[in-house]
Write a protein that binds this ligand. Structure first.
Ligand code: ATP
Length: 318
């Protein structure tokens, strides 16, 4: 029986637990012995590696985050600690690894593979949806649904008090979450790093709308625009003439009960990743595109900046 291990690295996302469950179940189905590595690369260095069984994954499919913990590891950047990590895996005869993480984690694994030849498959897992080569990253759908629920609630209070709400959304340098939220939540303004903006362009229109009876505004602002959300709120208050509030959704966007889509994607990512490893592919990232799953080189995935779908951006311009 071959041994296979899984770890989570970088920011946690909702969908990791369903992936862990499927990892254990599908590995056993394939006559592999599954291992959990706790707390990312830190646990790999500290030998926090334990055999996993059905009992470990019972009841976790409904939970956000990750049962085995995630971490960032400064030590893994150093060769001597990667050697310790490799020795730990060798002691347990583990020669296949699945890594749930972002492009940083994949870069680390690429170096690890080149040094020590441990086969791995990366599963893109970040709510930012900013990994090049894949249309979907695990956790995105749950984050979008949490944001949707939050904005629906904010709308209630915005309309009651005649207020403008500036809602700041995560995404690092990528406006994907903010853009999809704008298109699906009926907000009046959307500011994302991919499109330059000038608030002056909205002034006359928004003032006219207030005159015509508009009671409230919802503005979706991506954290990537690098302008303080409070400045946008002050603009609503001082220039448009409506009381304003800022709401920074923050880390609630990363947690919560995984949606059906994320549970299903976790299932598909794991099954395809394990199959690919068993077929002998030594290092790859499993990418999802509308036409289906596709395996790309680390270089292709990590060396180019992700560009947002032009068609989606067109919607924002209209
Ligand atoms: P997130 O979406 O949360 O940013 P990420 O995987 O991109 O996820 P990073 O913090 O960039 O998160 O990377 C996670 C870990 O990967 C780092 O803490 C480090 O241990 C490892 N790593 C990243 N780059 C390298 C590298 N060049 N060499 C070795 N290890 C690396």
């Amino acid at each position: 029986m071959n041994n296979i291990a899984i770890l989570c690295s970088g920011g946690d996302v909702s969908g990791m637990n369903p992936a862990l469950k499927q990892f254990v179940e599908y590995s056993l189905e394939k006559n592999l012995t599954p291992y959990f590595i706790y707390d990312g690369f830190e646990g790999l260095i500290d030998n926090e590696i334990k055999k996993a069984s059905y009992c470990d994954v019972a009841g976790i499919i409904t939970r956000g985050g990750t049962k085995i913990g995630s971490a960032r590891s400064k030590r893994f950047m150093k060769k001597k600690f990667r050697q310790i990590a490799k020795d730990n895996l060798k002691k347990l005869n583990i020669d296949m690894l699945i890594v749930l993480g972002g492009d940083g984690s994949f870069r680390g694994m690429d170096i690890f593979y080149k040094e020590h030849g441990i086969k791995f498959c990366g599963i893109p897992s970040t709510i930012d949806n900013d990994i090049n080569g894949t249309d979907y990253c695990l956790g995105v759908d749950t984050a979008l649904n949490i944001i949707k629920t939050s904005i629906d609630a904010i709308r209630d209070t915005a309309s009651s008090f005649k207020r403008a709400f500036v809602v700041e959304i995560m995404g690092r340098d990528c406006g994907y979450l903010a853009l999809i939220t704008h298109l699906t939540s009926g907000s009046e303004l959307c500011l994302i790093p991919e499109i330059p903006y000038d608030l002056k362009n909205y002034e006359n229109e928004f003032k006219k709308q207030i005159k015509n009876g508009r009671r409230y505004f919802i503005a979706i602002v991506s954290e990537g625009i690098k302008q303080d959300s409070q400045i946008i709120a002050d603009w609503f208050e001082n220039t448009i003439g409506i009381e304003s509030r800022v709401s920074i959704l923050g880390h609630i966007q990363r947690g919560g009960n995984p949606t059906v889509k994320d549970r299903l994607m976790a299932y598909k990512f794991i099954v395809n990743a394990i199959d690919e490893l068993l077929q002998g592919t030594k290092e790859s990232i499993i990418c999802y595109e509308e036409k289906g799953f596709n395996f790309k080189s680390i270089k292709e995935v990590t060396s180019t900046t992700k560009v947002l779908d032009k068609k989606l951006l067109e919607y924002l311009k209209n």
